[in-house]
Ligand binder design. Structure first.
Ligand code: EPU
Length: 355
């Protein structure tokens, strides 16, 4: 049976985005096999409809109903190749990220433990180069396989070609809207060493196991980050901002305790959560949207929020942070309008008095 016959109409997406926003997809299909991609894209193309792929829906802000075809990535499967000094693991894009991490640890293949409990799917992980507790995907990913809408064929990019950077990759830049990721390959070294130089992980013993790191990461995330099934959210709403050394010095003269981390090109990274928290905005709400009580970088759907509530709250936070610290926060979540993704700045505008 052709995959096209399983396309549904007017499907509610509230259970397909972790913010639990009520937006509808005009057309909707579950993708189980990479071979069906070509047919689905041709179907949307013939009707001149936009399309988008949703994995776990954990990094999306659905601003309104989507007028095209929503493809839910449900491709499954994990393949392991054992080499002399590493494991090569190929995971299908629709695998749940956390379950995949848990499985690798249980199989005695450590390396991904610091990235436990990040919501979403394997296929979404390279797009924004997910990261947590001193590790990012780029440290362990060796290849990404995808269907290219330019060549209409499957292609593979090496890690280098993926151009990974902080919460960024080629899939958000040149290849944006041109690929459907089908598989991600990881290279996990057998000479594993625990990465425990970040925050609460520093307290772990030197001989801690991968399972020990995994358990601690889960404990820390659960204590600060809300469970999307209980309280709708999309993880960190904003990126941690980069500032120049001059800017940092000016800020530190006023706030000596401000967390900051060295970044590339002589810049420093600030903790957006700290800036928002410093302004007393934890728990602050507008309509049904609120700043999370325990982690100010996370916005939550507290009570049947509409996308407009989240936008208004987001603008308010940007305005306050701009006025107090001369830092313009950029959303980390992806903004989706009726015909596809849009640059957040096109929706948010600039804070008053921002250049
Ligand atoms: N802080 C506060 N108040 C807050 C939040 C944070 O003072 O409300 C301070 C913390 O005490 C700490 C600093 O800000 O000194 C940084 O906070 P934290 O270690 O919690 O990490 P983060 O910078 O807020 C980043 C990632 C998270 C990831 C954590 C842990 C980004 C945008 N976010 O958050 O990723 O889990 O580090 O590594 O880089 C996500 O991307 O969705 C996500 C949750």
């Amino acid at each position: 049976m052709s995959v096209v016959s399983s396309i549904q109409s007017d499907v509610d997406l509230s259970s397909y985005n972790t913010f639990a926003l009520a937006a509808k997809a005009k057309h909707f299909v579950e993708l189980k096999h990479a071979k069906d991609i070509k047919e689905l894209i041709a179907w949307a193309g013939a009707k001149q409809l936009p399309w988008m792929v949703i994995g776990g829906g954990s990094n999306l802000l659905l601003l309104e109903d989507f007028s095209g075809l929503v493809i839910i990535n449900q491709m499954r499967g994990i393949e392991v190749i054992e080499n002399a000094d590493s494991y090569t693991i190929k995971a299908a894009a629709g695998e749940d990220w956390h379950q995949f991490v848990q499985w690798t640890i249980s199989q005695g293949m450590p390396g991904l433990e610091n990235l436990a409990l990040i919501p979403g799917t394997v296929g979404a992980s390279p797009v924004q180069n997910i990261g947590a507790y001193g590790v990012e995907l780029a440290d362990l990913c060796s290849e990404v396989e995808f269907y290219s809408l330019v060549t209409n064929s499957m292609q593979t990019l090496s890690k280098k070609q993926c151009e990974f950077a902080y919460r960024d990759s080629i899939f958000k830049a040149q290849l944006k809207d041109q690929v459907i990721i089908s598989k991600v390959t990881f290279e996990l070294s057998k000479s594993w060493v625990a990465k425990r130089d970040y925050g609460g992980l520093r307290l772990l013993a030197e001989d801690v196991s991968a399972q020990g790191v995994f358990d601690q990461v889960c404990k820390m995330r659960i204590s600060k980050l809300p469970e999307p099934k209980v309280l709708g959210n999309a993880g960190s709403f904003f990126k941690n901002p980069l500032v120049s050394q001059d800017h940092l010095s000016r800020l530190l003269s006023r706030y000596p305790e401000m967390p900051n981390y060295p970044a590339s090109k002589g810049q420093s990274k600030l903790a957006a959560g700290w800036l928002i928290d410093k302004l007393g905005l934890k728990g602050f709400s507008i309509g049904g949207a609120a700043v999370h009580q325990d982690q100010a970088l996370v916005l939550v759907n507290k009570a049947n929020a509409e996308a407009g509530d989240i936008l208004t709250l987001c603008r308010h936070i940007r305005q306050q942070v701009w006025q107090s610290f001369a830092v313009l926060l950029q959303p980390e979540v992806r903004f989706i309008k009726h015909s596809g993704e849009i640059e957040p700045s096109a929706v948010l505008g600039k804070p008053d008095a921002a250049e």
